[in-house]
Design a protein around this ligand. Structure first.
Ligand code: ADE
Length: 225
């Protein structure tokens, strides 16, 4: 799967993709991440990309012309299954969204900065607006890293253990059960006996039960979905 990402602050996006699982997925050609600097499409001698908002109010807005030129340039070369804008006023990004996106070939992700992007770009180009939570970040770079990570780990071959993504929290609307590793006795706190029993069926039932209890306690809203 290919992720093309347009950013006004491309350096912010470097580190998240240079390590661990995502790094390996890139090296093995399971995913490709292209970061496009919006500044390269800026206007005038200073490559301007933002301006004051009409109607007044604090904060600069990303101008439509540089962003449109950048998107058009990419669209002329590539076919996109979705053009996604990361924004706190988008629909909630959920595991089910990640599952759906992981089946696509190529997506374009547009990131705002400052006060946001000109509304006309949203109307003209964007097919999906996603928020990673009910809080406002300084820009879309961290949300984009969240999106790319959540989607990439669902692509076959990205995780070593093929079943591991399926047992994550939020697959099946349940939080994940607790996990333990050695030692079996840590400062008097013992790993539940059942996990040492070797009885796969009982372990599976126990994990399901733990997931259900934890979800009821911490996120009962998930059970209502
Ligand atoms: N940009 C700023 N805040 C955001 C959020 N919560 N989700 C997605 N994009 C954002």
């Amino acid at each position: 799967m290919i992720f093309d990402i347009i950013s006004a602050v491309p350096d912010l996006l470097k580190s998240p993709f240079e390590h661990s699982i995502l790094r390996r997925a890139i090296d093995r050609n399971l995913i490709e991440i292209n970061i496009i600097s919006l500044r390269d499409f800026g206007i005038g001698p200073h490559n301007q990309i933002d301006d004051y908002q009409y109607g007044g109010g604090a904060g600069l807005v990303i101008m439509p012309v540089p962003l449109h030129n950048c998107i058009q340039d990419l669209k002329s070369k590539n076919k996109y299954d979705e053009i996604i804008f990361m924004t706190p006023d988008g629909e909630s990004f959920k595991q089910s969204t990640a599952n759906r996106l992981s089946l696509l070939n190529r997506v374009l992700i547009i990131l705002g900065h400052y006060k946001g992007i000109d509304e006309r770009i949203r109307e003209k180009h964007v097919t999906l607006e996603l928020s990673i939570g009910d809080y406002v970040l300084s820009g879309g770079e961290l949300p984009a890293a969240v999106l790319v990570d959540a989607v990439s780990r669902l692509i076959p071959g990205v995780l070593n253990d093929a079943t591991s993504a399926l047992t994550d929290s939020h697959q099946d609307n349940l939080l994940a059960p607790p996990v333990y590793t050695r030692p079996s006795d840590f400062e008097g706190m013992k790993v539940p006996d059942i996990l040492l029993s070797g009885d796969d069926k009982k372990i599976e039932d126990w994990r399901y039960d733990q997931s259900l209890k934890k979800t009821k306690k911490i996120r009962p809203d998930l059970l209502e979905d």
